[in-house]
Write a protein that binds this ligand. Structure first.
Ligand code: GDP
Length: 532
């Protein structure tokens, strides 16, 4: 084995690339900060996407971000823990959801599902979990906010099992009900309880004391008894960590804690190192796989334009999938077969960009001046590779776009087509609506704002957006589309996606979709997480 291959394999083995998926307010920013406190952040700057007045304030790449005080872009936080390099990819966690949130999950090997102890599973957690399941991303669960009143621990386990058909296998278990956290039991070390001294947010790590069972029983009384009984119950029920089940997406190891007081965070971090998989061989579009020690190949999972208005540049976020990436190397863009120079490769840590000279499988690189690159692109060196196309996701928001000035039709068409190609929104067309009035489809309404902003700024073509009352899309075939457009009983409409020609059937709600299906049993409607 050559030195380069050995190096790529060795470095890949100590990488963990993951994201936190959660509903807004479950504590993602707080947990991210807590993780960074426990691990040694290699580059902390701006990585925790901010809320006004917070440490690690949001990037100011776009004016819109400033106005809203949130981060539209995905940043990466890289830190070291027990000899491993951890890449934590930020999934924009605002209520305004976008396709970028989903795409980040194409670039990770594991996800931490953050659950609010009082609220249980919430809408965005469900959606993101669906994407993880679909992409085969293993999920570690962290039940947060155990320091304040919440649900019963067993009941939460039940909910995960029932709703996600995912078997929870607790690795830590709380002593004391939510709101009365006495400590945690690491079920692999049942003769002890871990007791924490609360730390103030951002101050220091919570001090951890390992107490023997007899002392815990004497000091915690009923709470200790309940915890040990529950642990026995779970064990008898077979709810024990199963690495194979976790990696294949049938089980999820569960951890409890309170990110705000740094409780349980170290155990979670250890789990990322010990349980989460390192980067592995990735499937190729034409069959076969690209092992991590093959020559360099990377996947572009996000393209962000004009992050720096002074430079009007475009940055492509690429995950290194195999081999060693060295800045300055010339790579090939699989889609065009054309060379791409990587002189301007950066590490991307929030708003701070430093040159990245070398990166290994699992690492994220920002390629600046990447006008030629698209979401889903593969870049490779030496031996050709092409990863499967990036999935598109089921849109839930739809708006008709028109040029504000009909004299600028040409710019309008060019701009909309470009934004569609970049994956900013999905662009749907139909003969009925005509080319001047495409329907834009998004998973979150903020994508429309990005379109409006960029059409006005970059293409000098302000647009008018008229929201449509549809909320649901299904893939169908040409016959299904025709049937829907003819139907007088069902409110809905069929359009064709510009990029891949998939026919999408749009409905205002699931009832309309069901009634259409009943009326047209031959028309195939397929759910749409991924259209490919
Ligand atoms: P995000 O929207 O998911 O990023 O959530 P944040 O990290 O901003 O947290 C939302 C709110 O929950 C904030 O007020 C946090 O202080 C609070 N919070 C987060 N983690 C905990 C926790 O472990 N315990 C308690 N009591 N509050 C928490």
């Amino acid at each position: 084995m050559s030195a380069g291959r050995e190096c790529a394999a060795g470095e890949a083995a100590r990488r963990r690339t993951f994201a936190v998926i959660s509903h807004p307010d479950a504590g993602k920013s707080t947990l991210t900060e807590a993780l960074a406190l426990h691990a040694r952040a290699i580059n902390e700057a701006g990585a925790v996407h901010g809320k006004a007045g917070r440490r690690g304030v949001a990037s100011d790449w776009m004016e819109m971000e400033k106005a809203r005080g949130i981060s539209v872009t995905s940043a990466v936080l890289q830190f070291a823990h027990r000899g491993c390099i951890l890449n934590l990819l930020d999934t924009p966690g605002h209520a305004d959801f976008s396709e970028d949130t989903y795409r980040v999950l194409a670039a990770v090997d594991c996800a931490i599902m953050l659950v609010d102890a009082a609220k249980g599973l919430e809408e965005q957690t469900r959606k993101l979990f669906d994407v993880c399941r679909h992409r085969g991303v293993p999920v570690i669960t962290f039940v947060n906010k155990w320091d304040r009143p919440g649900r019963d621990a067993l009941e939460l386990m039940d909910e995960i099992q029932r709703e996600f058909s995912l078997r929870p296998t607790p690795v830590t278990w709380p002593v004391g009900p939510a709101g009365y956290l006495r400590g945690l039991v690491d079920v692999r070390d049942p003769g002890h309880m871990l007791r924490f001294t609360r730390a103030l947010r951002g101050a220091h790590e919570a001090a951890e004391e390992r107490i023997r069972a007899d002392r815990a029983a004497a000091e915690e009384g009923g709470d200790w008894d309940v915890a040990t009984e529950e642990i026995e119950l779970l064990e008898a029920d077979g709810a024990v960590h199963d690495q194979k089940g976790f990696l294949t997406g049938t089980t999820t190891p569960v951890f409890f804690g309170a990110a705000l007081s740094n409780i349980g965070v170290r155990l979670l971090l250890d789990a990322v190192v010990d349980l989460a998989p390192p980067p592995g061989a990735r499937e190729l579009a034409g069959g076969g796989t690209r092992p991590v020690d093959a020559p360099f190949a990377g996947l572009v999972f996000k393209v962000q334009a004009n992050m720096d208005p002074a430079h009007r540049d475009r940055i492509a976020f690429m995950r290194v999938c195999s081999g060693v990436f060295e800045r300055g190397m010339t790579v090939t863009r699989a889609a065009s077969g054309k060379p791409f120079a990587t002189k301007y490769a950066h590490s991307v840590f929030g708003q701070d960009r430093s040159m990245a000279d070398i990166a290994y499988p699992g690492d994220i690189i920002g390629l600046v001046n990447a006008a030629a690159l698209r979401v889903g692109d593969t870049l490779y060196a030496e031996r050709p590779a092409a990863f499967p196309p990036m999935p598109t996701f089921s849109p839930e928001h739809f708006a008709v776009a028109r040029p504000a000035d009909i004299g600028r039709t040409k710019q309008f068409r060019r701009g909309i087509a470009q934004l569609g190609e970049e994956g900013v929104v999905q662009v749907l067309v139909s003969d009925v609506r005509g080319e001047q009035a495409p329907v834009l489809a998004a998973v979150g309404p903020m994508q429309f704002e990005v379109v409006a902003h960029r059409m006005a700024g970059e293409f000098a073509c302000p647009v008018l957006l008229e929201p449509l009352a549809y909320r649901l899309a299904r893939a169908t075939d040409a016959a299904g589309g025709e049937a829907l457009n003819r139907s007088r009983l069902v409110r809905g409409e069929a359009l064709t996606r510009l990029n891949d020609k998939t026919v999408l059937a749009l409905f205002p709600d699931v009832w309309q979709a069901n009634s259409f299906e009943r009326a047209h049993p031959d028309a195939r409607l397929a759910p749409l997480i991924a259209a490919h």
